[in-house]
Write a protein that binds this ligand. Structure first.
Ligand code: ZN
Length: 1007
């Protein structure tokens, strides 16, 4: 007879009395984390007990039988399976079946929950018949919590198996009325059974059931005396080790052998899918999305009484987790998938701050680690202990639902948060190395050596290559690029890749020998675009099968060599911006299908260029161009999904410079995102090549629009700014100007920066590069703070109504000068796509693009109308316009006054008149009493509350403190790039913006 762990004489912890089944659980959960099971200890105990028996002279090792009750019944079944020295077995009060357990009391002791046992076939029938055809006789009682119906079902199947092989006499069962107990009739019965099969006493069987039953009538179930009374327990023996000691030693051994942690490993160990299907099962997590937070709580609820042992440690969650373990699954994995899916499928702005309760903390940590693109931060309320702490200290209490089977071999759940915090999925500062890495390797190494001195200056380096060269040369170029990987890894810089392939930028022949590193590949004629007169243009047709095939091969080579962590498709992939699109026969045929009418090239061009004002074909053509790009992007997505570690994908858009033109980049972004809705990045904007802030302001407004609308689609994880300073010889920006411009780009709504500072292929002094990196590193904390604030807020201010028919107009773009001029005058401008806290206006650029539905939708709201278009609106739309003006919902104001011409710049009195009007209209969250040279970018939360304010002194001289009227109370905190922080009191809606040096920037956060 051998006692189970923490029962009888097997007390395990000297600091406390016998724990019984709790003791099994404490040890069993730890074993589970190591990929072991409590059953191992019990079976080993049994095997060693038999070893001892067999070593004795007075024991006949050929005639051994085994029996036990409840947990002993379990051990009996296991020993019958694992040790063939037994001639017969009588497992009492254990054998039933899994369906009855699942429907009834649920899983029981941890040694009865073997991870994945249903998946590999270890059910109760397998246990009962494991030693077939050796004799076996289980025992059942009618009201046992091991469900009797299941016991009978399993027994019937086992008996069938014995009988069909001619061994019907070798199987029987003992059963009696009553609850979970080892009844007298069963004890006597099993002695008879053992006499028959161990002693060959044929008279012992069959059972005389009536006689056996009568034995129970006067006998109750006896409680065994407590082992502690018998002795001090095994732990008082010298050199004795508890199961906790053994488990801890195993943990130490495994921990010493651990390798680096990767998402692949975590997914595999926990069983978390990479592409998560739509809701395949009932929800186990409650999810709430609000104000940039994704909050998760326990969602396990099912309406059934929990009768089993797991009740004592947390109810339905524990029971569900244990049942999932039977199948080889982890509840944590399912919950993590649900959290990821909720974030992926949400149309709200991402990334979220992930907030989790105690019950969801471990799952949230997994989701956070695997998807930093979805979550910017994690907050855990009362999290459970680390798994490691439980192995080190037996008194730490674990719950099954917080565990991942075998995970401690490779990680602890708390490691996931540490690792994720160390590595941003989407970088803050990216630096492009254009041609140097291929053309000037030695110089590039010098540049990389500089990066070592400024580790905060770069998170990801883009190695660049223009597609179009023959694949042999492509492969050679990629191998050269791959040689930098170890250096970059050593520097802690992620390896990014910028791919150019010109669909609408410039003739590829002009690039040959310039942009292309290699000989141009042989493309068939139909790979090229045709212009509007049908002439070949050496840019690729985005719908060309030959181009698609080339791109697949190109990316296959890239995956096999450099395998970058991100691919940024260059803005060569454009079909807008002056390039009217491809007019090849293939594209014309596809466009005709989309339009539902055959269109010749001449007819199409005539309608696009001239034709009727608001010709609907223009909208279809723009959609067609967007979808042509999407065809190409689809090829990219599918190709990289085949990689071992698929990279992040991102698109560099030029779309923002076509503000209001209706060119829509989202089909291309959606295609890059793919069916799994993987997050993608956007790099917005082009232009501003010089230290010229007049050129910069319109660019920032375009960028603001792009970032605002990109964040609304849900799957855009990062909006990066294109800082175009290229090469010193053609561009002229001081390091200081580039740093200020980067800060302004963040104010405008970007959360990341891409910097082109250096081209190692040019012979320019390294000192320039060093200064630049040193500046980026010094400003980094400021950028980080602003980027975090941007992700949690939205743009607000005065915004122009663009007009929904804008993409039917024949021109490609509409002017942004009014926005630009208004902002010059100190009016906060929000992009037309900002939905919160804005006052809208229409101007002469909006008018031609508006329609009756627009007027209808605007008529009930507040609107500022440029005085120059009031008549036009009234003439075109009559009553609704007149009503809105008469009621005061619409106010006419001479916005045209704010023009670029120096003579027409408004006076301070006129500024204030406009600002008063905006205040009256009610939604502008901040205004400056005297704008001077300030530009301001207010940011509001989902509820429209003012949360932050980017301030820039655009003047070449310093300015003194300035009063701002703000829709906020309490204290504001001003942060400057040099790390200084100043608290500012807000009194009666007014605060003082501190003095700013020339070109100085400031980030103000509100409580
Ligand atoms: Zn084409």
């Amino acid at each position: 007879m051998c006692d189970p762990v923490d029962q009888g004489e097997r007390r395990q912890r000297v600091d406390r009395p016998l724990d019984g089944v709790i003791g099994h659980t404490d040890a069993g959960l730890r074993a589970h984390l190591l990929g072991w099971n409590m059953a191992q200890f019990r079976v080993w105990d049994g095997i060693r007990a038999v070893d001892y028996l067999c070593s004795r002279h007075d024991i006949d090792a050929k005639r051994l039988g085994v029996s036990g009750f409840s947990g002993g019944g379990t051990l009996t079944a296991y020993l019958n399976l694992f040790d063939d020295r037994f001639a017969t077995a009588c497992p009492m009060a254990f054998i039933t079946d899994f369906p009855s357990l699942a429907k009834g009391p649920g899983p029981q002791d941890p040694e009865q929950v073997i991870h994945g046992q249903l998946a590999f076939g270890l059910n109760h029938l397998a246990l009962l018949t494991s030693a077939f055809p050796k004799p076996v006789c289980p025992g059942f009682s009618f009201d046992d919590f091991f469900p009797y119906a299941g016991s009978r079902a399993t027994f019937a199947l086992a008996r069938e198996r014995y009988a069909s092989a001619g061994f019907a006499d070798r199987i029987d069962c003992l059963e009696c009325p009553g609850r979970h107990g080892w009844y007298e009739s069963e004890q006597q019965g099993l002695v008879l059974w053992m006499r028959r099969w161990l002693n060959g006493d044929a008279s012992a069987l069959p059972f005389d059931r009536a006689a056996l039953r009568s034995l129970d009538l006067n006998k109750g179930f006896e409680v065994f005396p407590d082992g502690e009374v018998l002795s001090g327990g095994v732990m008082s023996l010298p050199g004795e080790r508890s199961v906790f000691d053994i488990l801890r030693d195993e943990y130490v051994r495994l921990a010493a052998a651990r390798g680096p942690l990767t998402p692949e490993i975590v997914r595999r160990v926990a069983g978390i899918c990479e592409i998560i299907p739509d809701a395949p099962h009932a929800s186990t997590v409650g999810v709430r999305i609000e104000d940039g937070f994704l909050s998760v709580s326990d969602g396990v609820s099912y309406d059934r009484g929990v009768k089993g042992y797991w009740y004592t440690r947390g109810g339905p969650r524990e029971e569900l987790a244990a049942m999932m373990s039977w199948r080889g699954a982890n509840l944590v994995a399912r919950q993590a998938e649900e959290i990821i899916r909720s974030a992926e499928r949400s149309e709200r702005r991402r990334p979220f701050v992930l907030r989790a309760t105690r019950e969801t903390a471990v799952a949230a940590a997994h989701a956070f680690y695997l998807r930093r693109d979805l979550f910017s931060a994690i907050e855990l309320e009362n999290p459970p202990p680390s798994w490691t702490s439980a192995l080190e200290d037996p008194s730490v209490e674990l719950r099954f639902a917080d565990l991942v089977y075998g995970a401690l071999k490779v990680y602890d759940w708390t490691d996931l948060i540490d690792c994720a915090m160390r590595k941003q999925a989407w970088p803050l500062i990216m630096v492009r190395e254009a041609y140097g890495p291929i053309r000037a390797p030695e110089r590039t190494k010098e540049v990389l050596a500089l990066h070592r001195r400024y580790p905060g200056a770069c998170d990801e380096m883009w190695l660049a290559h223009g597609a179009g060269a023959c694949l042999e040369d492509v492969r050679t170029a990629f191998e050269k690029l791959a040689s930098y990987r170890p250096i970059l890894e050593d520097l802690g810089i992620a390896v990014g890749f910028q791919q150019g392939v010109t669909l609408g930028h410039q003739d590829i022949a002009a690039e040959a020998g310039g942009g292309l590193d290699g000989r141009i590949a042989a493309f068939p004629e139909d790979a090229w675009q045709r212009d509007d007169e049908g002439r070949v243009r050496r840019m690729f047709c985005p719908r060309s099968p030959a181009l698609h095939e080339y791109e697949r091969e190109y990316l296959k080579n890239l995956g096999e060599t450099l395998s970058p962590e991100s691919i940024w498709l260059d803005d060569d992939l454009r079909l807008g911006l002056g390039v009217p699109g491809c007019f090849c026969d293939r594209c014309l045929a596809a466009f005709s299908v989309m339009c539902g009418e055959p269109l010749s090239r001449e007819k199409l061009v005539a309608r696009l260029r001239g034709g009727a004002e608001k010709d609907p074909i223009r909208r279809v053509w723009r959609k067609f161009k967007s979808e042509s790009l999407a065809e190409y992007c689809k090829v990219v997505r599918t190709a990289v999904d085949g990689w071992k570690a698929p990279p992040r994908l991102a698109l560099q858009t030029v779309g923002s410079c076509e503000m209001g033109s209706g060119v829509d980049w989202f089909p291309a972004l959606r295609a890059l995102s793919g069916p799994g809705k993987r997050p993608v990045g956007v790099r917005a904007g082009h232009g501003n090549y010089c230290e010229n802030f007049g050129e910069l302001l319109p660019k920032l407004l375009w960028v603001a629009r792009e970032s605002e609308r990109c964040r609304d689609v849900g799957f855009v994880a990062s909006v990066a700014y294109e800082q175009e300073n290229y090469r010193r010889e053609i561009l002229h920006k001081s390091v200081g100007a580039a740093l200020i411009e980067s800060a302004l780009a963040l104010f405008a709504g970007c959360d990341a920066l891409t910097e082109y500072r250096w081209d190692a292929a040019r012979d320019e002094p390294l000192q320039d590069c060093g200064e630049f990196l040193s500046g980026l590193e010094a400003w980094r904390p400021f950028y980080e703070r602003v980027s975090r604030g941007i992700l949690a807020t939205r743009a607000a201010g005065l915004s122009r109504f663009v007009g929904s028919d804008v993409d039917l107009l024949s021109g490609d773009t509409i002017d942004v000068s009014t926005d630009d001029d208004l902002q010059r005058c100190g009016v906060p401008i929000a992009p037309d796509t900002a939905p919160k806290a804005t006052v809208r206006y229409v101007d002469r650029w909006s008018l031609p693009a508006m329609n009756a539905a627009d007027v209808q939708s605007l008529a009930e709201g507040r609107l500022v109308v440029d005085a120059s278009v009031v008549d036009g609106l009234r003439d075109a739309y009559g009553a609704p316009v007149a009503d809105a003006l008469a009621s005061g919902r619409w106010k006419a104001y001479p916005l045209a006054r704010f023009r670029r011409s120096v003579n027409q710049l408004p006076t301070t009195a006129e500024w204030n008149e406009l600002l008063d009007l905006l205040d009256e209209m009610g939604k502008v969250p901040v205004r400056l009493e005297y704008p001077r040279s300030f530009r301001i970018w207010p940011r509001v939360d989902d509820a429209g509350r003012l949360r932050a304010l980017g301030v820039w002194n655009m003047s070449i001289g310093g300015v003194t403190p300035t009063v701002a009227k703000v829709a906020a109370t309490g204290i504001a905190r001003a942060c400057s790039p040099d790390g200084k922080k100043v608290d500012i009191a807000i009194n009666e809606g007014r605060m003082l913006i501190p003095a700013l040096p020339a070109m100085g920037v400031l980030w103000i956060e509100f409580e």
